[in-house]
Design a protein around this ligand. Structure first.
Ligand SMILES: Nc1ncnc2c1ncn2[C@@H]1O[C@H](COP(=O)(O)OP(=O)(O)OP(=O)(O)O)[C@@H](O)[C@H]1O
Length: 261
């Protein structure tokens, strides 16, 4: 289970007249259950990546906590990360190593024995339907092949929790479907707690058991897709999202832009 409570982060860039204060995440709170897929849905710049980076101990929060299976990430990062798989958008594979070597190497970094990491790579190759890739160098892999390899690498230590930052970025329709299928399997067969960020409504509708809508750095709504539809009185999820995530001025500006084209 992943739990975020009152999480906040402000970035300060530049100095003097160039000084800018960006409140990226403001008191964000949500819970992601085991055996469920939770989607963080928000427009560009809403604070999704910053939130997930705090969950992954890559950034420290100014206030609030992120907990992984009850372990506070900022206080016990190693124990929390042992229970967390992280797939960031930078896939960061070693091109000269095969997919198997990339996965096993990551397992070694996680403190696994070689034999265990090798066995786990084989298992994940079956679950993620990527066995033919295992002995190829990752140099030249397609986006979808890279994504599968990176996902296997993130899962090598068999973490009960997984976070993925915009995992379908750059994937074509078949690779996106394959990823969705893989995430469903990890939820249904292994009971994982899965959290992913996206700004794509269809992905959320097709995949998510729970949706957290983030806008302007804060949580504006959460629930199932039918609950969010009922709450906004909409039958179309895109309309529901727009009414939750944008204020009147933003909606009017977007409508003006559409009319002008
Ligand atoms: N290292 C940083 N320094 C300064 N500002 C930052 C930094 N990282 C993020 N921000 C700002 O924080 C805000 C939230 O960014 P974030 O990347 O978390 O949004 P996001 O919801 O993931 O957006 P997207 O869907 O566009 O990736 C943005 O205004 C962004 O410019």
């Amino acid at each position: 289970m992943i739990e975020v409570a009152g999480l906040s982060k402000t970035f300060v860039t530049g100095s003097g007249r160039q000084r800018k204060v960006v409140p990226a995440v403001r008191a964000v709170s949500w819970k992601a259950a085991d055996g469920a897929i939770t989607g963080l849905l928000g427009p560009n710049g809403a604070g999704k990546t910053t939130t997930l980076r705090m969950v992954a101990a890559l950034l420290s929060p100014d206030a609030g906590q992120a907990r992984v299976d009850g372990l506070e990430v900022a206080r016990e990062p190693q124990a929390a990360l042992a229970r967390l798989g992280v797939l960031s958008d930078a896939r960061g594979l070693y091109p000269r190593l095969t997919a198997r070597e990339n996965i096993v190497y990551h397992g070694r970094l996680q403190g696994m024995r070689v034999a265990d990491a090798v066995a786990r790579a084989e298992h994940l190759a079956r679950v993620l339907d990527m066995a033919p890739l295992l002995d190829r160098r990752t140099e030249g892999f397609s986006q979808g092949e890279r994504m599968k390899t990176a996902l296997a690498r993130a899962l090598v230590h068999n973490p009960p929790n997984i976070i993925l930052d915009e995992p379908t970025n750059g994937l074509d329709v078949l690779a996106t479907r394959a990823l969705r299928e893989a995430l469903r399997r990890l939820r249904n067969e292994e009971g994982k707690c899965i959290v992913f960020s996206t700004h794509i409504m269809q992905e959320v509708e097709r995949l998510c058991d729970h949706v957290v809508v983030i806008a302007r750095g804060t949580t504006v709504a959460q629930g199932t897709v039918p609950e969010l539809l009922a709450r906004t009185g909409q039958s179309d999820f895109e309309e529901a999202f727009v009414s939750l995530a944008f204020d009147d001025a933003e909606r009017a500006a977007a409508a003006g832009g559409e009319g002008a084209r």
